[in-house]
Design a protein around this ligand. Structure first.
Ligand code: UDX
Ligand code: UDX
Length: 458
């Protein structure tokens, strides 16, 4: 079959895989290929067991794989054939040198840019999908256009706003698609080509065009604002625990103000995920580098409050369990950073598990999708941790349960049965406020939820 265009995506991760599956399914005349340096990952994308869990992804991929969606490790060959290249490689926080702990580590991006340049025999559009610091496109542009021939590689920014766990629904029906292009004739025309892809299924009024820097900064700002809402509500949760105010009631009441809105006001053990912390620190670093100290401090406090909230959760457990959890079995219900994903990157559960282990607790971790990742995250402490998919078995003989991910399955367990299998007095710490606290209390549990008055039996 002759395809209208060849689209390539470099990086078959949480963003690249689902995004390309959606583009391929909506644009049957485009050939979409996804490559990755990780051969195992590509093998999994070509198998019955996809490397990531995301509701709806399996069916989508299996419907179009090897029709117009391909997964491959032959990056050089596919670069040569591509008209449009999405780059979706990871851009973690730098762990070394200048900007360590805050700035984005762009080594993979730069390496990829050089690989594109080395293998390009014709002009192409390069799309930044990875979240990059503001003005990164400028640096990439320089690298990509160092050859003095007739090849032109135009960089367009098209940040991803999908949220894990609802990635397919978000891609199918996005609030907006943002396309940032240089305001030159080549830039404008490249931007239009990317608009054309999304126009296959996204209403035109939801496709927003801007200059490149606005697009890059909008991604960082969107995540910073979302995370800020969680830190704001979590700060109030601490106040609720000291008074008789209830954080869900406060969240509901303020969210009804149409200027505030109801979303992202759920108090929790803390936010996690691969983006929020990384993107805010990135914003902090950029602000510092422009000498904007107050701006940097303002945004850094969102991350600091999140870390405090995680710490507070552990302290609360220890102090309420008679100031010692040494030798006590504690069951963690959930390890993923949110429900409906197996992703554990920056999950509060990592921090909580480590904190509890420092207090010498015996930890059993349960999660329907994230145990494999949990084992990797905690590989250095194998002897202290048991992994148990079945929550009933995980809770057997435990002194306490801590709910760390809002999986639906934890809402409807038989807590009477669980209570009977635990050491008394039994404690439950609901870090996601998903359980029926009154019911648990009536069953005899000591119940501690985020932003709510404790319910103690003694
Ligand atoms: C990535 C970025 O981390 C994030 O900044 C951006 O917002 C979206 O894209 P994600 O898809 O979640 O997020 O990352 P990950 O699942 O780690 O996937 C990146 C993939 O790129 C990995 O599979 C990795 O093997 C691959 N990669 C990395 C390459 O193919 N080449 C490289 O040089 C580096
Ligand atoms: C986020 C952004 O939502 C998305 O637009 C961007 O592209 C990538 O980063 P994601 O990290 O997948 O997506 O998850 P998100 O749903 O934003 O949740 C992040 C964290 O915040 C999770 O740990 C979640 O449990 C927590 N959260 C969310 C709360 O604690 N309270 C809330 O009210 C909402």
């Amino acid at each position: 079959m002759n395809f209208k265009k060849n689209i390539l995506c470099i990086g078959a991760g949480y963003v690249g895989g689902p995004t390309m599956a959606m583009i391929a399914s909506k644009c049957p005349l485009y050939k979409v290929t996804v490559v990755d340096i990780n051969k195992d990952k590509i093998r999994e994308w070509n198998s019955d067991n996809l490397p990531i869990y995301e509701p709806g992804l399996d069916e989508l991929v299996k419907k179009i794989r090897d029709k117009n969606l391909f997964f491959s490790t032959e990056t050089d060959k596919h670069i040569r054939e591509a008209d449009i290249i999405f780059v979706s490689v990871n851009t973690p926080t730098k762990t070394f040198g200048q900007g360590a702990g805050k700035a984005a580590d762009l080594q993979y991006w730069e390496k990829t840019a050089r690989q594109i340049l080395a293998n390009s025999t014709g002009s192409k559009i390069i799309v930044e999908k990875s979240t990059l610091p503001v003005r990164a496109a400028e640096a990439m542009d320089r690298i990509l256009n160092t050859k003095n021939d007739n090849i032109h590689l135009e960089v367009v920014s098209n940040p991803e706003f999908l949220s894990e766990g609802t990635a397919i629904a978000d891609l199918e029906n996005p609030d907006r698609v943002l396309i940032g292009a240089k305001q030159t004739p080549e830039g404008i025309s490249a931007g239009k080509e990317i608009v054309e892809i999304y126009s296959h299924w996204v209403p035109r009024e939801r496709i927003v065009e801007s200059n490149v820097w606005s697009s890059e900064l909008s991604k960082l700002t969107a995540n910073a604002f979302l995370a800020q809402r969680i830190s704001s509500i979590n700060s109030i949760s601490a106040l609720c625990e000291k008074t008789e105010a209830d954080i869900d009631e406060v969240g509901h009441a303020i969210g009804m103000d149409s200027r505030i809105g109801p979303k992202f006001l759920k108090a929790s053990v803390g936010f996690g995920g691969s983006c929020f912390k990384k993107d805010i620190l990135n914003l902090v670093y950029i602000s510092q580098s422009y000498g904007l100290t107050e701006v940097a401090e303002y945004w850094e406090s969102v991350v600091n409050l999140n870390e405090w909230q995680e710490r507070r959760f552990i302290q609360n457990m220890v102090s309420n369990m008679f100031n010692t959890i040494a030798g006590k079995k504690i069951a963690l219900f959930g390890f993923a950073f949110k429900s409906n994903t197996g992703d554990t990157r920056d999950s509060p559960a990592i921090y909580i598990a480590r904190g509890l282990a420092e207090e010498k607790a015996q930890i059993t971790i349960s999660d329907p999708e994230a145990l494999a990742n949990a084992k990797k995250d905690l590989s250095d402490m194998e002897e202290n941790i048991i992994y148990e998919r079945d929550p009933y078995k995980a809770a057997e003989g435990a002194h306490a349960i801590a709910v760390l991910t809002e999986w639906d399955l934890y809402r409807n367990l038989d807590y009477k049965r669980i209570m009977r299998s635990m050491v008394q007095p039994a404690f439950i710490f609901d870090g996601r406020n998903i359980l029926d606290h009154k019911k648990l209390f009536d069953l005899g549990f000591n119940v501690f939820a985020v932003g709510k008055a404790p319910m103690k039996q003694f």
